[in-house]
Write a protein that binds this ligand. Structure first.
Ligand code: GLU
Length: 504
Protein backbone atom coordinates (compact mmCIF):
# COMPACT_ATOMS: atom_id res chain seq x y z
CA UNK A 1 0.00 0.00 0.00
CA UNK A 2 2.72 2.48 1.06
CA UNK A 3 4.78 1.54 -1.93
CA UNK A 4 1.96 2.11 -4.35
CA UNK A 5 1.18 5.53 -2.86
CA UNK A 6 4.80 6.51 -3.19
CA UNK A 7 4.92 5.55 -6.81
CA UNK A 8 1.63 7.13 -7.71
CA UNK A 9 1.89 10.49 -5.94
CA UNK A 10 4.92 12.15 -7.47
CA UNK A 11 3.43 11.98 -10.96
CA UNK A 12 0.63 14.57 -10.68
CA UNK A 13 2.90 16.86 -8.61
CA UNK A 14 5.58 16.76 -11.24
CA UNK A 15 2.89 17.29 -13.87
CA UNK A 16 1.59 20.35 -12.04
CA UNK A 17 5.11 21.67 -11.63
CA UNK A 18 5.44 21.48 -15.39
CA UNK A 19 8.14 18.83 -15.30
CA UNK A 20 5.97 16.26 -16.99
CA UNK A 21 3.46 17.03 -19.74
CA UNK A 22 -0.18 17.05 -18.58
CA UNK A 23 -2.63 14.36 -19.66
CA UNK A 24 -4.18 16.89 -22.04
CA UNK A 25 -0.78 17.53 -23.64
CA UNK A 26 -0.11 13.82 -23.95
CA UNK A 27 -3.43 13.36 -25.67
CA UNK A 28 -2.66 16.28 -27.98
CA UNK A 29 0.69 14.78 -29.01
CA UNK A 30 -0.87 11.36 -29.58
CA UNK A 31 -3.50 12.74 -31.94
CA UNK A 32 -1.42 15.51 -33.56
CA UNK A 33 1.28 13.08 -34.77
CA UNK A 34 3.95 15.77 -34.89
CA UNK A 35 1.77 18.60 -36.25
CA UNK A 36 1.27 21.97 -34.52
CA UNK A 37 -2.50 21.83 -34.78
CA UNK A 38 -5.18 19.17 -34.88
CA UNK A 39 -8.04 19.48 -37.38
CA UNK A 40 -11.29 19.03 -35.39
CA UNK A 41 -12.50 16.26 -37.71
CA UNK A 42 -9.30 14.33 -37.02
CA UNK A 43 -9.98 14.45 -33.30
CA UNK A 44 -13.58 13.37 -33.83
CA UNK A 45 -12.68 10.45 -36.07
CA UNK A 46 -9.91 9.31 -33.70
CA UNK A 47 -12.48 9.47 -30.91
CA UNK A 48 -14.98 7.39 -32.88
CA UNK A 49 -12.31 4.79 -33.59
CA UNK A 50 -12.10 4.10 -29.84
CA UNK A 51 -15.81 3.19 -29.91
CA UNK A 52 -16.99 6.33 -28.10
CA UNK A 53 -19.73 8.43 -29.63
CA UNK A 54 -19.74 12.18 -29.79
CA UNK A 55 -23.26 12.05 -28.32
CA UNK A 56 -22.06 10.09 -25.27
CA UNK A 57 -23.49 11.90 -22.22
CA UNK A 58 -20.11 11.50 -20.49
CA UNK A 59 -18.51 13.68 -23.20
CA UNK A 60 -21.09 16.44 -23.08
CA UNK A 61 -18.73 19.13 -21.74
CA UNK A 62 -16.00 18.27 -24.21
CA UNK A 63 -18.33 18.36 -27.21
CA UNK A 64 -19.99 21.60 -26.17
CA UNK A 65 -16.63 23.24 -25.59
CA UNK A 66 -15.43 21.98 -28.96
CA UNK A 67 -18.37 23.66 -30.69
CA UNK A 68 -17.83 26.95 -28.87
CA UNK A 69 -14.08 26.89 -29.40
CA UNK A 70 -14.29 26.20 -33.12
CA UNK A 71 -16.58 29.22 -33.51
CA UNK A 72 -13.88 31.39 -31.97
CA UNK A 73 -11.12 30.22 -34.33
CA UNK A 74 -10.45 32.02 -37.60
CA UNK A 75 -10.81 28.93 -39.78
CA UNK A 76 -13.39 27.09 -37.62
CA UNK A 77 -11.37 23.90 -38.01
CA UNK A 78 -7.93 23.78 -36.40
CA UNK A 79 -7.12 23.31 -32.72
CA UNK A 80 -3.73 24.27 -31.32
CA UNK A 81 -2.45 22.79 -28.08
CA UNK A 82 -4.05 25.45 -25.96
CA UNK A 83 -7.49 25.23 -27.57
CA UNK A 84 -7.36 21.46 -27.59
CA UNK A 85 -6.65 21.46 -23.87
CA UNK A 86 -9.61 23.73 -23.24
CA UNK A 87 -11.89 21.29 -25.07
CA UNK A 88 -10.77 18.04 -23.51
CA UNK A 89 -9.98 18.99 -19.93
CA UNK A 90 -13.43 18.35 -18.43
CA UNK A 91 -13.49 14.78 -19.72
CA UNK A 92 -9.80 14.02 -19.74
CA UNK A 93 -10.01 10.86 -17.62
CA UNK A 94 -12.43 9.10 -19.96
CA UNK A 95 -10.60 10.34 -23.07
CA UNK A 96 -7.23 9.22 -21.76
CA UNK A 97 -8.62 5.78 -20.98
CA UNK A 98 -10.05 5.56 -24.48
CA UNK A 99 -6.90 6.65 -26.32
CA UNK A 100 -4.62 4.53 -24.13
CA UNK A 101 -6.68 1.52 -25.20
CA UNK A 102 -7.81 0.81 -21.67
CA UNK A 103 -11.35 -0.14 -22.66
CA UNK A 104 -12.65 -3.68 -22.52
CA UNK A 105 -12.29 -3.95 -26.32
CA UNK A 106 -9.00 -2.16 -27.03
CA UNK A 107 -8.93 -2.49 -30.81
CA UNK A 108 -12.52 -1.51 -31.39
CA UNK A 109 -12.31 -0.93 -35.14
CA UNK A 110 -11.20 -4.44 -35.97
CA UNK A 111 -13.74 -5.87 -33.55
CA UNK A 112 -16.46 -3.82 -35.27
CA UNK A 113 -15.41 -5.06 -38.67
CA UNK A 114 -15.72 -8.67 -37.42
CA UNK A 115 -19.23 -7.87 -36.23
CA UNK A 116 -20.06 -6.41 -39.65
CA UNK A 117 -18.94 -9.60 -41.36
CA UNK A 118 -21.13 -11.70 -39.07
CA UNK A 119 -23.99 -9.31 -39.76
CA UNK A 120 -23.48 -9.62 -43.53
CA UNK A 121 -23.38 -13.40 -43.49
CA UNK A 122 -26.66 -13.57 -41.53
CA UNK A 123 -28.25 -10.99 -43.85
CA UNK A 124 -28.40 -13.47 -46.72
CA UNK A 125 -30.51 -15.90 -44.73
CA UNK A 126 -34.05 -16.27 -45.92
CA UNK A 127 -36.77 -18.34 -44.28
CA UNK A 128 -38.77 -17.87 -41.15
CA UNK A 129 -42.15 -16.18 -40.68
CA UNK A 130 -42.88 -12.68 -39.48
CA UNK A 131 -45.41 -12.93 -36.59
CA UNK A 132 -48.81 -11.99 -37.95
CA UNK A 133 -51.25 -12.50 -35.07
CA UNK A 134 -51.57 -8.71 -34.78
CA UNK A 135 -51.28 -6.13 -37.60
CA UNK A 136 -48.61 -4.12 -35.74
CA UNK A 137 -46.20 -7.06 -36.07
CA UNK A 138 -47.35 -8.31 -39.47
CA UNK A 139 -46.50 -4.92 -41.05
CA UNK A 140 -42.73 -5.38 -40.63
CA UNK A 141 -40.66 -6.25 -43.69
CA UNK A 142 -38.85 -9.60 -43.46
CA UNK A 143 -35.77 -7.80 -44.78
CA UNK A 144 -35.25 -5.76 -41.61
CA UNK A 145 -32.06 -6.75 -39.81
CA UNK A 146 -30.07 -4.86 -37.21
CA UNK A 147 -27.35 -5.47 -34.65
CA UNK A 148 -26.30 -2.96 -32.01
CA UNK A 149 -23.84 -3.37 -29.18
CA UNK A 150 -22.62 -1.34 -26.25
CA UNK A 151 -19.67 -2.39 -24.10
CA UNK A 152 -19.36 -1.90 -20.36
CA UNK A 153 -17.14 1.10 -21.17
CA UNK A 154 -19.81 2.57 -23.42
CA UNK A 155 -18.15 1.72 -26.75
CA UNK A 156 -20.86 1.53 -29.39
CA UNK A 157 -21.26 -0.18 -32.71
CA UNK A 158 -24.37 -0.49 -34.82
CA UNK A 159 -25.10 -2.02 -38.18
CA UNK A 160 -28.32 -2.23 -40.22
CA UNK A 161 -31.78 -0.97 -39.27
CA UNK A 162 -30.79 0.01 -35.75
CA UNK A 163 -32.95 3.12 -35.47
CA UNK A 164 -36.32 1.54 -36.30
CA UNK A 165 -38.66 1.33 -33.27
CA UNK A 166 -40.18 -2.06 -32.46
CA UNK A 167 -41.97 -3.53 -29.44
CA UNK A 168 -39.98 -5.44 -26.87
CA UNK A 169 -42.64 -8.14 -26.47
CA UNK A 170 -41.09 -10.96 -24.43
CA UNK A 171 -37.68 -9.25 -24.34
CA UNK A 172 -39.24 -7.06 -21.66
CA UNK A 173 -39.62 -10.03 -19.31
CA UNK A 174 -36.09 -10.17 -17.91
CA UNK A 175 -36.12 -6.40 -17.60
CA UNK A 176 -39.32 -6.24 -15.59
CA UNK A 177 -38.13 -9.21 -13.54
CA UNK A 178 -34.89 -7.34 -12.74
CA UNK A 179 -36.90 -4.29 -11.69
CA UNK A 180 -39.15 -6.42 -9.48
CA UNK A 181 -36.16 -8.04 -7.74
CA UNK A 182 -34.44 -4.68 -7.41
CA UNK A 183 -37.57 -3.26 -5.79
CA UNK A 184 -38.65 -6.23 -3.70
CA UNK A 185 -35.82 -8.80 -3.30
CA UNK A 186 -35.46 -12.24 -4.82
CA UNK A 187 -37.17 -13.86 -1.89
CA UNK A 188 -40.39 -11.88 -2.37
CA UNK A 189 -40.58 -12.29 -6.15
CA UNK A 190 -40.01 -16.04 -5.96
CA UNK A 191 -42.90 -16.51 -3.58
CA UNK A 192 -44.99 -16.26 -6.73
CA UNK A 193 -42.87 -17.48 -9.59
CA UNK A 194 -40.58 -20.46 -10.14
CA UNK A 195 -37.05 -20.75 -11.42
CA UNK A 196 -37.30 -24.02 -13.27
CA UNK A 197 -37.60 -23.93 -17.07
CA UNK A 198 -40.93 -25.65 -17.79
CA UNK A 199 -39.71 -27.28 -21.00
CA UNK A 200 -43.08 -26.33 -22.44
CA UNK A 201 -44.13 -23.65 -24.88
CA UNK A 202 -44.01 -20.16 -23.37
CA UNK A 203 -47.79 -19.76 -23.29
CA UNK A 204 -48.65 -23.27 -22.07
CA UNK A 205 -51.26 -23.57 -19.34
CA UNK A 206 -49.22 -25.24 -16.66
CA UNK A 207 -48.27 -25.03 -12.99
CA UNK A 208 -45.47 -26.96 -11.34
CA UNK A 209 -45.97 -29.04 -8.20
CA UNK A 210 -45.36 -26.06 -5.94
CA UNK A 211 -48.07 -24.12 -7.70
CA UNK A 212 -45.55 -21.80 -9.36
CA UNK A 213 -46.02 -20.33 -12.76
CA UNK A 214 -42.72 -20.45 -14.65
CA UNK A 215 -43.46 -17.20 -16.50
CA UNK A 216 -42.97 -14.06 -14.40
CA UNK A 217 -46.61 -13.00 -14.49
CA UNK A 218 -47.28 -12.04 -10.91
CA UNK A 219 -45.39 -8.77 -10.62
CA UNK A 220 -48.32 -6.94 -9.17
CA UNK A 221 -46.67 -4.06 -7.37
CA UNK A 222 -45.11 -2.44 -10.46
CA UNK A 223 -46.70 0.19 -12.66
CA UNK A 224 -46.13 1.01 -16.32
CA UNK A 225 -44.72 4.41 -15.34
CA UNK A 226 -42.25 2.89 -12.92
CA UNK A 227 -41.09 0.28 -15.47
CA UNK A 228 -40.72 2.91 -18.21
CA UNK A 229 -38.70 5.03 -15.80
CA UNK A 230 -36.33 2.18 -15.08
CA UNK A 231 -36.04 1.27 -18.76
CA UNK A 232 -35.17 4.88 -19.59
CA UNK A 233 -32.37 4.77 -17.06
CA UNK A 234 -31.14 1.40 -18.28
CA UNK A 235 -31.08 2.79 -21.83
CA UNK A 236 -29.10 5.87 -20.73
CA UNK A 237 -32.12 7.97 -21.78
CA UNK A 238 -32.06 6.70 -25.35
CA UNK A 239 -35.29 5.77 -27.14
CA UNK A 240 -38.03 4.11 -25.06
CA UNK A 241 -41.57 4.52 -26.39
CA UNK A 242 -44.98 2.91 -26.20
CA UNK A 243 -47.26 1.59 -28.93
CA UNK A 244 -50.85 2.01 -27.84
CA UNK A 245 -52.05 0.26 -31.03
CA UNK A 246 -50.01 -2.83 -30.13
CA UNK A 247 -51.38 -2.75 -26.58
CA UNK A 248 -54.98 -2.69 -27.85
CA UNK A 249 -54.32 -5.50 -30.33
CA UNK A 250 -52.54 -7.66 -27.75
CA UNK A 251 -55.47 -7.23 -25.42
CA UNK A 252 -58.01 -8.12 -28.11
CA UNK A 253 -56.11 -11.19 -29.32
CA UNK A 254 -54.86 -12.34 -25.91
CA UNK A 255 -57.35 -15.17 -25.22
CA UNK A 256 -54.57 -17.53 -24.22
CA UNK A 257 -53.15 -14.98 -21.80
CA UNK A 258 -56.61 -14.49 -20.29
CA UNK A 259 -56.94 -18.27 -19.95
CA UNK A 260 -53.61 -18.41 -18.12
CA UNK A 261 -54.67 -15.47 -15.97
CA UNK A 262 -57.90 -17.14 -14.87
CA UNK A 263 -56.09 -20.40 -14.25
CA UNK A 264 -53.52 -18.65 -12.03
CA UNK A 265 -56.31 -16.83 -10.24
CA UNK A 266 -58.16 -20.06 -9.58
CA UNK A 267 -54.96 -21.60 -8.19
CA UNK A 268 -54.43 -18.53 -5.97
CA UNK A 269 -51.07 -17.66 -7.53
CA UNK A 270 -51.53 -13.90 -7.21
CA UNK A 271 -50.97 -11.94 -4.02
CA UNK A 272 -54.19 -11.31 -2.13
CA UNK A 273 -56.40 -8.53 -3.42
CA UNK A 274 -54.91 -8.58 -6.93
CA UNK A 275 -57.16 -7.65 -9.81
CA UNK A 276 -56.19 -10.24 -12.40
CA UNK A 277 -57.50 -8.38 -15.46
CA UNK A 278 -55.61 -5.21 -14.61
CA UNK A 279 -52.47 -7.33 -14.19
CA UNK A 280 -53.05 -8.70 -17.68
CA UNK A 281 -53.46 -5.18 -19.03
CA UNK A 282 -50.19 -4.30 -17.38
CA UNK A 283 -48.56 -7.33 -19.03
CA UNK A 284 -49.87 -6.32 -22.48
CA UNK A 285 -48.65 -2.77 -21.89
CA UNK A 286 -45.16 -3.93 -21.05
CA UNK A 287 -45.05 -6.10 -24.19
CA UNK A 288 -45.94 -2.95 -26.13
CA UNK A 289 -43.02 -0.85 -24.92
CA UNK A 290 -40.94 0.23 -27.88
CA UNK A 291 -37.18 0.41 -28.22
CA UNK A 292 -34.71 0.64 -31.07
CA UNK A 293 -31.91 -1.83 -31.47
CA UNK A 294 -29.54 0.92 -30.31
CA UNK A 295 -31.37 1.82 -27.12
CA UNK A 296 -31.95 -1.83 -26.22
CA UNK A 297 -28.24 -2.57 -26.58
CA UNK A 298 -27.60 -0.04 -23.81
CA UNK A 299 -30.21 -1.79 -21.63
CA UNK A 300 -28.41 -5.08 -22.21
CA UNK A 301 -25.11 -3.37 -21.42
CA UNK A 302 -26.51 -2.22 -18.07
CA UNK A 303 -27.10 -5.90 -17.28
CA UNK A 304 -23.59 -6.75 -18.51
CA UNK A 305 -22.20 -3.99 -16.31
CA UNK A 306 -23.60 -5.24 -12.99
CA UNK A 307 -26.52 -2.80 -13.01
CA UNK A 308 -24.65 0.44 -13.86
CA UNK A 309 -25.63 2.10 -17.13
CA UNK A 310 -22.32 2.38 -19.03
CA UNK A 311 -23.07 5.69 -20.73
CA UNK A 312 -24.42 7.57 -17.73
CA UNK A 313 -22.61 5.77 -14.94
CA UNK A 314 -25.87 5.62 -13.00
CA UNK A 315 -26.59 2.60 -10.79
CA UNK A 316 -29.97 1.39 -12.03
CA UNK A 317 -30.27 -2.16 -10.68
CA UNK A 318 -28.91 -3.93 -7.62
CA UNK A 319 -26.24 -6.62 -8.09
CA UNK A 320 -28.76 -9.16 -6.74
CA UNK A 321 -31.30 -8.20 -9.41
CA UNK A 322 -28.72 -8.46 -12.20
CA UNK A 323 -27.35 -11.79 -10.99
CA UNK A 324 -30.79 -13.42 -10.78
CA UNK A 325 -31.92 -12.00 -14.10
CA UNK A 326 -28.89 -13.31 -15.92
CA UNK A 327 -29.35 -16.75 -14.35
CA UNK A 328 -32.93 -16.97 -15.54
CA UNK A 329 -32.07 -15.64 -19.00
CA UNK A 330 -29.38 -18.28 -19.21
CA UNK A 331 -31.74 -21.14 -18.41
CA UNK A 332 -35.00 -20.07 -20.05
CA UNK A 333 -34.66 -17.03 -22.26
CA UNK A 334 -34.96 -18.59 -25.70
CA UNK A 335 -38.30 -20.46 -25.60
CA UNK A 336 -37.85 -24.17 -26.38
CA UNK A 337 -34.37 -23.55 -27.73
CA UNK A 338 -33.14 -22.43 -24.29
CA UNK A 339 -31.26 -25.63 -23.46
CA UNK A 340 -29.48 -25.74 -26.80
CA UNK A 341 -28.66 -22.05 -26.65
CA UNK A 342 -27.26 -22.37 -23.11
CA UNK A 343 -25.17 -25.34 -24.23
CA UNK A 344 -23.76 -23.96 -27.47
CA UNK A 345 -23.65 -20.21 -26.83
CA UNK A 346 -23.53 -20.20 -23.04
CA UNK A 347 -24.65 -16.60 -22.64
CA UNK A 348 -27.77 -15.12 -21.06
CA UNK A 349 -30.25 -14.02 -23.73
CA UNK A 350 -33.95 -13.28 -24.21
CA UNK A 351 -35.98 -13.56 -27.33
CA UNK A 352 -39.29 -11.91 -28.28
CA UNK A 353 -42.00 -12.46 -30.88
CA UNK A 354 -41.15 -9.15 -32.58
CA UNK A 355 -37.81 -10.68 -33.63
CA UNK A 356 -35.51 -9.25 -30.98
CA UNK A 357 -32.79 -11.11 -29.12
CA UNK A 358 -31.30 -9.35 -26.14
CA UNK A 359 -27.88 -10.87 -25.46
CA UNK A 360 -25.61 -10.20 -22.50
CA UNK A 361 -21.89 -10.91 -22.41
CA UNK A 362 -21.29 -10.36 -18.68
CA UNK A 363 -18.56 -7.83 -17.92
CA UNK A 364 -18.04 -7.17 -21.63
CA UNK A 365 -21.11 -5.90 -23.48
CA UNK A 366 -24.80 -5.94 -24.25
CA UNK A 367 -26.08 -6.78 -27.72
CA UNK A 368 -29.48 -6.40 -29.35
CA UNK A 369 -30.21 -8.27 -32.56
CA UNK A 370 -33.45 -7.61 -34.38
CA UNK A 371 -34.95 -9.20 -37.44
CA UNK A 372 -38.68 -10.07 -37.65
CA UNK A 373 -38.70 -13.49 -39.41
CA UNK A 374 -38.97 -16.21 -36.72
CA UNK A 375 -38.05 -19.89 -36.82
CA UNK A 376 -40.42 -22.68 -35.70
CA UNK A 377 -39.50 -22.15 -32.05
CA UNK A 378 -40.22 -18.43 -32.22
CA UNK A 379 -36.64 -17.10 -32.33
CA UNK A 380 -35.35 -14.65 -34.91
CA UNK A 381 -33.69 -16.63 -37.71
CA UNK A 382 -30.95 -14.07 -38.34
CA UNK A 383 -30.54 -13.29 -34.64
CA UNK A 384 -29.91 -16.96 -33.81
CA UNK A 385 -27.40 -17.29 -36.63
CA UNK A 386 -25.57 -14.20 -35.39
CA UNK A 387 -25.46 -15.39 -31.76
CA UNK A 388 -24.43 -18.95 -32.52
CA UNK A 389 -21.62 -17.95 -34.87
CA UNK A 390 -20.01 -16.68 -31.70
CA UNK A 391 -19.02 -20.29 -31.06
CA UNK A 392 -16.65 -20.06 -34.06
CA UNK A 393 -15.13 -16.98 -32.53
CA UNK A 394 -14.69 -18.72 -29.18
CA UNK A 395 -13.07 -21.68 -30.86
CA UNK A 396 -10.67 -19.64 -32.95
CA UNK A 397 -9.85 -17.38 -30.02
CA UNK A 398 -8.92 -20.38 -27.86
CA UNK A 399 -6.73 -21.68 -30.70
CA UNK A 400 -5.15 -18.23 -31.05
CA UNK A 401 -4.28 -17.92 -27.37
CA UNK A 402 -3.20 -21.56 -27.03
CA UNK A 403 -5.93 -22.29 -24.49
CA UNK A 404 -6.06 -26.10 -24.59
CA UNK A 405 -8.38 -26.42 -21.62
CA UNK A 406 -10.98 -24.18 -23.30
CA UNK A 407 -10.70 -26.35 -26.41
CA UNK A 408 -11.19 -29.45 -24.29
CA UNK A 409 -14.38 -27.92 -22.90
CA UNK A 410 -15.65 -27.09 -26.39
CA UNK A 411 -14.92 -30.59 -27.61
CA UNK A 412 -16.74 -32.02 -24.61
CA UNK A 413 -19.80 -29.95 -25.44
CA UNK A 414 -19.73 -31.62 -28.87
CA UNK A 415 -18.77 -28.42 -30.64
CA UNK A 416 -17.72 -28.92 -34.25
CA UNK A 417 -13.95 -28.47 -33.97
CA UNK A 418 -13.64 -28.02 -37.73
CA UNK A 419 -15.88 -24.94 -37.83
CA UNK A 420 -14.68 -22.18 -40.13
CA UNK A 421 -14.86 -18.43 -39.93
CA UNK A 422 -15.84 -16.19 -42.86
CA UNK A 423 -12.32 -16.62 -44.30
CA UNK A 424 -12.74 -20.40 -44.07
CA UNK A 425 -10.05 -20.62 -41.43
CA UNK A 426 -10.21 -23.39 -38.84
CA UNK A 427 -8.84 -23.60 -35.31
CA UNK A 428 -6.00 -25.69 -36.74
CA UNK A 429 -5.01 -22.87 -39.13
CA UNK A 430 -4.91 -20.40 -36.28
CA UNK A 431 -3.02 -22.64 -33.85
CA UNK A 432 -0.47 -23.55 -36.55
CA UNK A 433 0.08 -19.90 -37.44
CA UNK A 434 0.58 -19.01 -33.78
CA UNK A 435 2.89 -21.96 -33.15
CA UNK A 436 0.79 -23.53 -30.38
CA UNK A 437 2.06 -27.09 -30.71
CA UNK A 438 -0.06 -28.41 -27.81
CA UNK A 439 -3.22 -27.09 -29.40
CA UNK A 440 -2.26 -28.55 -32.78
CA UNK A 441 -1.59 -31.92 -31.15
CA UNK A 442 -4.93 -31.81 -29.32
CA UNK A 443 -6.89 -30.93 -32.46
CA UNK A 444 -5.20 -33.63 -34.50
CA UNK A 445 -4.95 -36.50 -32.07
CA UNK A 446 -7.95 -36.03 -29.80
CA UNK A 447 -10.41 -34.33 -32.09
CA UNK A 448 -9.23 -35.97 -35.32
CA UNK A 449 -9.82 -32.83 -37.35
CA UNK A 450 -8.93 -32.77 -41.01
CA UNK A 451 -5.21 -31.86 -41.05
CA UNK A 452 -5.33 -30.18 -44.47
CA UNK A 453 -8.30 -27.81 -44.66
CA UNK A 454 -7.88 -24.95 -47.13
CA UNK A 455 -8.79 -21.39 -46.17
CA UNK A 456 -10.16 -18.73 -48.52
CA UNK A 457 -6.72 -18.19 -50.02
CA UNK A 458 -6.01 -21.90 -50.41
CA UNK A 459 -3.62 -22.06 -47.44
CA UNK A 460 -3.40 -25.12 -45.20
CA UNK A 461 -2.25 -25.23 -41.54
CA UNK A 462 1.07 -26.60 -42.84
CA UNK A 463 1.49 -23.49 -45.04
CA UNK A 464 0.93 -21.35 -41.96
CA UNK A 465 3.42 -23.24 -39.80
CA UNK A 466 6.06 -23.06 -42.55
CA UNK A 467 5.37 -19.40 -43.23
CA UNK A 468 5.75 -18.41 -39.57
CA UNK A 469 8.70 -20.73 -38.97
CA UNK A 470 7.14 -22.99 -36.34
CA UNK A 471 9.27 -26.08 -36.91
CA UNK A 472 7.77 -28.16 -34.10
CA UNK A 473 4.32 -27.67 -35.58
CA UNK A 474 5.60 -28.56 -39.07
CA UNK A 475 6.98 -31.84 -37.71
CA UNK A 476 3.75 -32.61 -35.88
CA UNK A 477 1.67 -32.00 -39.00
CA UNK A 478 4.02 -34.05 -41.19
CA UNK A 479 3.95 -37.02 -38.82
CA UNK A 480 0.22 -36.87 -38.56
CA UNK A 481 -0.40 -36.50 -42.29
CA UNK A 482 1.63 -39.60 -43.06
CA UNK A 483 -0.72 -41.60 -40.80
CA UNK A 484 -3.95 -39.81 -41.67
CA UNK A 485 -6.69 -41.25 -43.77
CA UNK A 486 -10.01 -39.41 -43.86
CA UNK A 487 -12.52 -41.20 -41.59
CA UNK A 488 -15.56 -42.80 -43.17
CA UNK A 489 -18.62 -40.72 -42.55
CA UNK A 490 -20.55 -41.74 -39.43
CA UNK A 491 -17.59 -43.51 -37.89
CA UNK A 492 -15.58 -40.33 -37.46
CA UNK A 493 -17.36 -38.78 -34.53
CA UNK A 494 -17.36 -42.08 -32.64
CA UNK A 495 -13.64 -42.64 -33.16
CA UNK A 496 -12.95 -39.04 -32.31
CA UNK A 497 -14.97 -39.38 -29.11
CA UNK A 498 -13.02 -42.52 -28.11
CA UNK A 499 -9.72 -40.85 -28.79
CA UNK A 500 -10.87 -37.79 -27.01
CA UNK A 501 -11.99 -39.74 -23.93
CA UNK A 502 -8.55 -41.31 -23.92
CA UNK A 503 -6.88 -37.93 -23.79
CA UNK A 504 -8.90 -36.65 -20.82
N1 GLU B 1 -47.53 -10.69 -26.56
C1 GLU B 1 -47.01 -11.97 -26.56
C2 GLU B 1 -47.77 -12.92 -25.64
O1 GLU B 1 -47.68 -12.92 -24.47
C3 GLU B 1 -45.54 -11.96 -26.24
C4 GLU B 1 -44.95 -13.12 -26.90
C5 GLU B 1 -43.48 -13.17 -26.97
O2 GLU B 1 -42.80 -12.22 -27.35
O3 GLU B 1 -43.00 -14.26 -26.65
O4 GLU B 1 -48.50 -13.70 -26.12
Amino acid sequence: MILSLMTVHPLPRRRKAGILPSLEDLLFYTIAEGQEKIPAHKFVSALKATGLRTGDPRLKECMEMLKVTLKSTSDGVMLDRHLFKKCVQSNIVLLTQAFRKKFVIPDFMSFASHVDKLYESAKNLSGGQVADYIPQLAKFSPELWAVALCTVDGQRHTVGDTKVPFCLQSCVKPLKYAIAVHDHSTEYVHRFIGKEPSGLRFNKLFLNEDGEDSAPAALTHLSKKLVMNFLNKMAGNEYVGFSNATFQSERESGDRNFAIGYYLKEKKCFPEGTDMTSILDFYFQLCSIEVTCESASVMAATLANGGFCPITGERVLSPEAVRDTLSLMHSCGMYDFSGQFAFHVGLPAKSGVSGGILLVVPNVMGVMCWSPPLDKLGNSVRGIQFCTVKSVINLLFAAYTGDVSALRRFALSSMDMEQRDYDSRTALHVAAAEGHAEVVRFLLEACKVNPEPKDRWGNTPMDEAVHFGHHDVVTLLKDYQSKYSPPESGADSETAQKNFDGML
